[in-house]
Design a protein around this ligand. Structure first.
Ligand SMILES: [Zn+2]
Length: 407
């Protein structure tokens, strides 16, 4: 998707040039003399090519622009666009050779040079030549340090290579350019720090991991996995109270993700001899959000483990309407009913509720590209954005295609 943007930007620049007429596009300084671009427009191919381009008719656009380019071999932009179109068609080798042929031109301005290198970087990335793509984008930045396309592409390449430190440094440069205009910057910086911290944790560098993970939360409190990882690091360091504090932090900052910390918290409270705190925490979550079926399920299991089956059962019946297809809720309900000797009135209430159960699709949906997943993902495998998944609202629905999205 983002490989298409430079193409659009070039196109818009061209169209602007056509409209302005007397602007940069019409006359360009080459070797100290002005070159007239009107020659291009004396044939219909240039305009036709642009029209086909706007219409996404790539093959026709290539035909017309190729003819236009033969009229005016100096027209750099047309060659750049032609290369980009071949890349979009999947003919990457051809795109590379067109773009590479532009580099030795003696009359390239710094900005033109940077653009040709940007196109080449995109070609290499498309072809899977990671090292050459990284090199090309760095060359763009050497000529044009503020080039956001080059930076974002570089960030994605480093992410794909799991070079989290490099990805983070590049994104910090993007955030500096954006200077607060793009709210997603903080979120991406948080998630990249979390990945970096998790990598440190895997190599056993606990002190460094804890610092980076705490930074991730400070940069953006929505970085849910950072709370879990930070707690895990503290636990590995033998500091259980600090671990519990980090996990509790998740339930405070992001109540809808609190369930990710339930198992850890229950274990931690047990070891600290403070099991009552687990009950309190679940009750607080339910009070804050009455639809929270996961907190009810967790609390129900907690009660069942202590032999409090009636409390356990009531919590399950309260959870069921918000997730009628939740197999674990049904299993726990049957376990509770067995423990309560299948008391007829309880069985009747359970059966009445279960009858309303409806079918649910994979509940997690990417808000950017609509990718669906059975489990919660922090980075979308389709559009590669961070933290874009929401859960479809757990409310009974007759038609699974008409389920509301959370705000
Ligand atoms: Zn997506």
């Amino acid at each position: 998707m983002d490989t298409y943007l430079p193409l659009l930007a070039t196109l818009i620049a061209l169209l602007l040039g056509l409209v302005v007429g007397k602007g940069w596009e019409r006359y360009k300084l080459r070797d100290g003399r002005w070159v007239d671009r009107r020659r291009l427009r004396e044939t219909p191919h240039y305009m036709l090519g642009l029209n086909f381009l706007v219409d996404s008719q790539v093959d026709q656009a290539i035909d017309e622009l190729t003819q236009a380019a033969s009229t005016d071999p100096d027209a750099l932009e047309i060659q750049m666009i032609l290369g980009n179109l071949y890349r979009e068609k999947g003919q990457v080798a051809r795109a590379i050779s067109i773009h590479q042929a532009l580099l030795p031109r003696p009359d390239l301005t710094t900005m033109e040079h940077a653009y040709v290198l940007l196109c080449l970087g995109l070609d290499f990335r498309h072809a899977g030549f990671v090292d050459r793509a990284i090199e090309a984008f760095h060359e763009v930045l050497a000529l044009d340090a503020q080039n956001r396309y080059a930076l974002v592409n570089l960030q994605k390449l480093y992410e794909e290579q799991q070079q989290w430190n490099e990805a983070l440094q590049v994104r910090e440069r993007v955030a500096k350019i954006d200077s607060g205009r793009h709210p997603e910057d903080q979120q991406i910086l948080g998630f990249l720090r979390n990945e970096l911290g998790a990598a440190q944790q895997r190599t056993g560098n606990h002190a460094a991991a804890a610092k980076i993970l705490a930074d991730a939360i400070n940069v953006d409190s929505r970085t849910a996995p950072a709370y879990l990882n930070l707690g895990d690091v503290h636990e590995q360091q033998g500091n259980l109270p600090a671990a519990v504090e980090a996990w509790e932090g998740l339930t405070e900052a992001l109540p809808d993700r609190a369930y990710l910390a339930f198992e850890r918290l229950e274990r931690g409270y047990l070891k600290l001899g403070a099991q009552g705190r687990f009950v309190e925490r679940c009750q607080r979550l339910i009070a804050r959000n009455p639809q929270d079926w996961r907190a009810r399920l967790a609390l129900s299991r907690h009660h069942a483990a202590a032999g409090r089956h009636r409390e356990a059962f009531e919590l399950l019946l309260a959870a069921l309407p918000y997730n009628p297809h939740g197999l674990t809720i049904h299993q726990e309900a049957w376990r509770a009913l067995m423990a309560l000797s299948l008391e007829p009135e309880l069985v009747r209430r359970y059966v009445a509720l279960a009858r309303d159960a409806v079918f649910y699709l994979d509940p997690h949906v990417c808000t950017r590209c609509r990718y669906r997943s059975t489990e919660l993902l922090w980075q979308c495998p389709q559009c590669h954005e961070w933290n874009t998944f929401v859960e479809e609202r757990m409310a009974p629905a007759k038609d699974p295609t008409a389920v509301d999205m959370e705000p």
